[in-house]
Every structure is written in C-alpha cells, then in structure tokens.
Design a protein around this ligand. Sequence first.
Ligand code: DQA
Length: 174
Amino acid sequence: MIGRQFVRPMLRVLVLHGPNLNLLGNREESVYGTTTLAEIDASLSKLGSELEVELEIRQSNHEGELVTWIQEARGNYHGIIINPAAYTHTSIAVRDALSAVEIPAIEVHLSNIHRREEFRRHSYVSGVTLGQISGFGPMGYLLALRGLHEHLSSRGSKPVSGAGLSHGAETRSH
Ligand code: DQA
C-alpha cells in the first residue's frame, strides 16, 4: 500500500463591482449603508484567505471594461462574483460575456432589488448565473464567496493558468 497525496489547485475567483459602487459609504446611505467598498474588499480578502481562495477584486464604471474582464477570466479563474450594479438592468453585453465564458458566477446586490423600483426587478444576468444574492448588504459578498467555494469544491476544479497549488489534506491508500 502506497500513500498518495493529492494536490488540488487553489481556487481562483474574480470579484467584479460595477458602476457607482466606488461611492459606497456615502452613496444613498439609507439604501446602501455606510460600509465602503474598501471595507467590503478587505472582508472578502480575509474570508478568501480562510477558505484558501485566491481573489482578484476590481471595480469599473465602464460596461466595456467589465465585459473585457469577464472575457479574460476564461482559463484564469474558476468562478466569478459580480455586482453589475445598474448594468444588471440594462446590459445584454455583460450577460452575453458571462454566458460565453461558461464560468460559474454569482450575482450580488447589496439592496433587495425586488423590493425597489419596478425597473430594478429585472436582471439580465440572472439567467446565466448560478444564483443571485440580494438584500443582505455587504454580507451578500461573503455569502457568495462561501457558496461559490462550496460549489467549486464539490465538483472539483481543474487548474487554471497562474493558479497556485495547495496540498489537499487528503491521503488515500490503494
Ligand atoms: C445594486 C442595485 C442596482 O439596482 C443599482 O443600480 C446599484 C447597486 C445593489 O448592489 O443593490 O448600483 O446592484
């Protein structure tokens, strides 16, 4: 019997924040609260370290830039967490990019978009994501990361370029 140690690739997740989320902290505080984007990113990074998930976090006010980043994620990331902000309700381009890359993605909204104005109730991206987390404030990002981690771990993920390797605790004999 020879013990064999399995090496599993470290999961890599791309986090994308859409337009106006750079203003969090002093943007419509009654809707979005007072937590800043930097604070959200710091809590995500902390959880990423605990779960051994490598995170890349970016924010853009430009639709095309978000589309390009999603396209570039193919082969580089195992999963995507995205708050497309206003582009949720307008962007077929962001939806098509998510659909094209076929990377499991979770849609996050700080506010509950279903309790707000009618125009926010429709999301173009929901149809191509694993699921949507809406209304939990900054905690929604952490729920998304935990959910994505569970999802990716349970189905086993192939290494992607630039991915670090982490050694699984598991040792099997046969
Ligand atoms: C948002 C909800 C969107 O309707 C809005 O345009 C945003 C933020 C949220 O996180 O609650 O900018 O995505």
